[in-house]
Write a protein that binds this ligand. Structure first.
Ligand SMILES: Nc1ncnc2c1ncn2[C@@H]1O[C@H](COP(=O)(O)OP(=O)(O)OP(=O)(O)O)[C@@H](O)[C@H]1O
Length: 263
């Protein structure tokens, strides 16, 4: 351990995610079959195994990069360019068609759709989410108030004791972010979570992202908000049509991207 530390002090960087010539392909069934009738469904079942009617979407095409501990990396690109797909592949939720992804430590993906239960109260969801991330009950108890305060859910009344379905989409996204951010992550991936919060919440979350980085993790942030990327990330990967178009310091990549999008 001591030796490990001295290596880091020497300025050596520790890789946390390595992608090598990664390709991800989705297969969509039934695109050529009739109008969704029972007979067309049946004939699809009978023809199972054949590639007929299966359309392939090649979402990530030969992406390679190495992410290091302590980095905050922004993922940018037009709609449908493969950002979320790449994150899901890093999280181990999608298989590679070819190429590889290696991750050091446990990657956690925090999407706007992170699975919390709509019929349960915010309170119960904090506990559920904490347990799902591998926190102990004791740790959740210790951090409970901090999570609720961070989310700002109770700023306008006692919402945390109401079911999550009564929250606005922004409130729900804030609670999800607050739960995920309560834990120190080896690799934390955030998909658009900041886009839904208001300005004050965004500022708090950006601060928390900076802290998470200091605590030696790696943070990936997918966002269409260039300001959020500028304020939190020191490196940016720009994807376009599934290909890695640029990988470099935030300002350099964003300048090119803004030229591309005409901003
Ligand atoms: N479950 C799926 N099945 C089939 N194709 C999919 C699926 N999810 C995404 N795709 C396709 O993969 C490509 C990449 O999508 P992805 O969601 O990764 O893009 P993105 O860059 O995150 O987009 P956005 O900025 O709009 O969120 C798109 O062409 C999309 O249509």
């Amino acid at each position: 351990m001591a030796e490990h530390k001295s290596v880091e002090q020497d300025g050596d960087r520790v890789p946390t995610v390595v992608a090598e010539e990664l390709h991800i392909v989705y297969r969509v069934n039934g695109t050529k079959a009739g109008k969704g009738s029972a007979t067309s469904a049946l004939s699809r079942i009978i023809r199972r195994g054949e590639e007929r009617g299966v359309r392939k979407v090649h979402a990530v095409r030969g992406v390679s990069f190495v992410a290091y501990r302590g980095e905050a990396i922004g993922l940018i690109g037009s709609n449908g360019s493969g950002k979320s797909t790449l994150l899901r592949a890093i999280a181990g939720l999608l298989p590679a068609e070819s190429g590889r992804v290696y991750t050091g430590g446990q990657p956690s993906l925090l999407g706007v759709n992170a699975a919390l239960m709509n019929d349960l109260t915010g309170e119960r969801n904090v506990i559920l989410g904490g347990l799902a991330m591998g926190m102990t009950r004791e740790q959740i108890r210790e951090r409970y108030q901090e999570i609720v305060d961070f989310s700002g859910i109770n700023d306008k009344g006692d919402f945390i004791t109401l079911p999550m379905r009564t929250y606005s989409s922004g409130m729900a996204a804030r609670l999800r972010f607050s739960i995920a951010a309560a834990k120190d992550h080896d690799v934390l991936m955030i998909d658009e979570a900041l886009a839904t919060g208001d300005a004050a919440f965004r500022k708090r979350s950006e601060e928390r992202i900076r802290e998470l980085r200091k605590e030696a993790g790696t943070v990936f942030l997918v966002s269409h908000n260039n300001k959020s990327i500028r304020d939190t990330c020191d490196r940016v990967l720009w994807l376009e049509r599934g290909e890695l178009r640029m990988d470099g310091p935030t300002e350099e990549v964003l300048q090119e991207y803004e030229k591309f999008t005409g901003k």
